[in-house]
Write a protein that binds this ligand. Structure first.
Ligand SMILES: [Zn+2]
Length: 532
């Protein structure tokens, strides 16, 4: 027995090159059994649903994301614009959050960037003590390497003026030698080690709870780009989350050192038809542009000729590549600076070919590719996974570290596409200083307008059409992340689609980033309805 759902009267953008626009589709057992023009529709028996002339798109796939971190930080204060633009606003918001929690529970926040705060400085313990004296407060800077904590958190961690800086870390101190509450690199662990550890159940519960937020933004395919085995295995966490009701299809990319700890004998781990599967191995070739640790050439602006850091080697890349080949999965390498991208491209030049019909090697972020790297990546089938929201939300640090001209030439999406490189869009949420970091419409708007949040021009030459931008967040994201039968509305694909309040292909480009989803469907079933 099959059950049909017949959708009519839609403006369906299919992201399928063969059949780009349709207005009707028939869904049978969750998959599309027919799609096209209403007048050509075969007559079948089933439930009829009128799409009322609204715009329909395939659901979004976020090809580079940190869902667990996102789910956990969603319970914390986003210390970023547009919600928080000063330390004063931060203190008020923390006070409110404090009142919603039990008196002694930890208050957490994320994403602050002193460059975006009115006061132009890092929040210290005196600021945070105004929000709470008796409950510990911990704020993580946008780079995730620096913490600002209040006096109670310092007390719990036992940090006083007599505490020496730990190896690889620094406790900031005032003129009297007293800790200011700012803890850098490994010094942050002194506090983190005292924080309550979350269980598998709690983590899975946070993910399951966050599933609805993803659906409200039209996201049904997600990637976990930093899966760990220790202390709790991410495969187990995500599987438990699915059991608790998480609806997204999940591709896991394990950190290389964690991947080597896994027991990989069960072929089901790599079965892409499962709701959770291992999609690849993740490595880092450099740091970030905002932290001046991306491995660049020429050096960052400044007097010290800082060209960032290299965090892997050709040998390690090749070794991880061999492992990926052995298990028929991908190698995803974080590379932002010119030299880091060159290293990955040169290492895998014309040898990134172990997967059929899909990129074997993905470069994550790919912020500053040289003309030569673009050419060689194209010749080798290496894909680029970029985040249009980065330049949009973090324009200040790009300008400070790279200058105006070089910033405008970062993420040269149009050039890369013209050279025939596979590109997927994504958000990297929550690793962006924006209080709604996973919202695909912010990324789409940024890619189409090439304007930062403050309105400044971030390189009009690299702007792309809205149709292309949607494709990079749907069809192309599927081709790169390899979650099967999604990202396109075509015969045999899952009927995963969104219905929009207005036509994203027609609206003023400036309005794209504030658009919302009215309904989200998975397998032809409505899984989200916007409240009126
Ligand atoms: Zn990431």
């Amino acid at each position: 027995m099959s059950f049909n759902r017949i959708f009519t009267n839609g403006k369906i953008f299919t992201a399928d090159r063969e059949n780009r626009e349709a207005n009707a589709m028939i869904i049978c057992n969750g998959k599309i059994s027919w799609i096209g023009k209403e007048e050509d529709m075969p007559s079948v028996v089933g439930e009829k649903i009128d799409l009322q002339g609204r715009r329909v798109l395939p659901t979004f796939i976020d090809a580079h994301l940190h869902p667990l971190m996102l789910a956990e930080t969603s319970k914390q204060l986003a210390c970023t614009p547009p919600g928080v633009t000063s330390i004063e606003e931060m203190v008020q918001a923390l006070k409110k959050l404090r009142e919603e929690h039990s008196p002694d529970s930890w208050i957490e926040g994320w994403g602050y960037d002193e460059g975006k705060l009115e006061e132009g400085r890092t929040p210290n313990r005196h600021d945070l003590d105004q929000a709470a004296k008796n409950a510990p407060i911990v704020l993580t800077r946008t780079c995730t390497h620096i913490l600002s904590v209040n006096s109670k958190a310092l007390e719990i961690a036992g940090i006083t003026k007599h505490t020496p800086d730990p190896p690889g870390g620094k406790i900031d101190r005032d003129e009297y030698g007293e800790p200011t509450g700012v803890l850098r690199e490994s010094a942050g662990d002194l506090v983190k080690n005292k924080m309550p550890v979350k269980s598998l159940e709690e983590k899975a519960g946070a993910l399951a709870e966050y599933s609805d937020t993803f659906l409200a933004k039209g996201i049904t395919g997600i990637t976990e780009m930093m899966a760990d085995h220790r202390p709790i295995d991410y495969f187990e966490i995500y599987k438990a989350a699915v059991e608790k009701g998480m609806k997204q299809r999940v591709a896991l990319y394990y950190n290389w050192d964690e991947f080597q700890q896994l027991d990989l004998n069960d072929p089901a781990l790599f079965d892409r038809e499962q709701s959770v599967y291992i999609a690849g191995i993740k490595l880092f070739a450099d740091g970030s542009i905002s932290g001046q640790t991306a491995w660049v050439h020429p050096a960052f602006i400044g007097d010290d000729e800082n060209a960032g850091i290299s965090t892997t080697s050709r040998e390690e890349l090749l070794e991880a590549g061999e492992a990926a080949k052995k298990y028929g999965i991908q190698l995803a390498v974080h590379a932002m600076g010119e030299q880091a991208i060159d290293q990955v491209v040169d290492t895998f030049y014309k040898r990134a070919d172990w997967l059929e019909g899909a990129p074997s090697v993905r470069i994550e972020h790919a912020s500053l590719p040289t003309v030569r790297a673009i050419q060689r990546a194209a010749e080798s089938g290496i894909a680029f996974v970029t985040q249009p929201i980065f330049l949009f939300a973090e324009i200040e640090s790009y300008l400070n570290n790279l200058g105006e001209e070089r910033s405008r030439n970062t993420y040269p999406v149009k050039n890369i596409l013209e050279k025939g490189i596979q590109v997927a869009f994504s958000s990297d949420a929550p690793a962006t200083a924006w209080d709604d970091p996973v919202n695909p419409f912010v990324g789409l708007g940024a890619a189409v307008n090439r304007k930062a949040y403050d309105g400044s021009d971030i390189g009009q030459e690299q702007a792309i059409s809205i149709e292309t931008a949607v494709e990079l967040y749907t069809k192309a994201a599927q081709e790169v992340a390899r979650i099967p039968f999604v990202g396109r509305l075509a015969l045999g694909f899952h009927a995963d689609f969104i219905v929009l309040e207005s036509d994203i292909l027609q609206v003023d480009k400036a309005d794209i980033s504030s658009m919302t989803v009215e309904e989200t469907y998975m397998g032809g079933e409505k899984v989200y309805q916007k409240k009126v």
